[in-house]
Design a protein around this ligand. Structure first.
Ligand SMILES: [Zn+2]
Length: 116
């Protein structure tokens, strides 16, 4: 039995990529042992922790569309970065991108609304 090097998910024999995080499975013999399993599990928990930040980042990104774009967009990018640093790489990076985009769109909307 092997485990994903990234998130610690148990991998079925013959799997090409991890079901949970999408990391391609390395086919060299992985060291079997408590240490690696433990590390994998704690990484899994960290990723779960990061997910909380990434999801909050999306909420702030949406808020940036309707109110105080620079403030909420900054919060979204910061939270997305926290999620990214805590192991939720894909969603964290997406949240940062969405934070920047929604921040810019929100500011443009604000300019339109206030100048008309
Ligand atoms: Zn994985």
């Amino acid at each position: 039995m092997s485990y994903c090097a990234d998130c610690g998910l148990e991998l079925a024999a013959g799997t090409e990529a991890c079901e949970q995080c999408g990391r391609p499975v390395e086919h060299e013999a992985a060291p079997e042992g408590g240490y690696y399993r433990k590390e994998g599990y704690s990484k899994g928990f960290l990723q779960h922790d990061g997910r909380t930040y990434s999801v909050s980042a999306f909420a702030f990104a949406v808020l940036a569309l309707v109110a105080f774009p620079p403030l909420f967009a900054l919060a979204a990018v910061a939270l997305g970065y926290m999620g990214y640093r805590r192991g939720d790489v894909q969603l964290g990076m997406m949240a940062m991108a969405v934070g920047v985009i929604f921040g810019v769109v929100g500011m443009l909307l604000g300019v339109l609304v206030w100048n008309i």
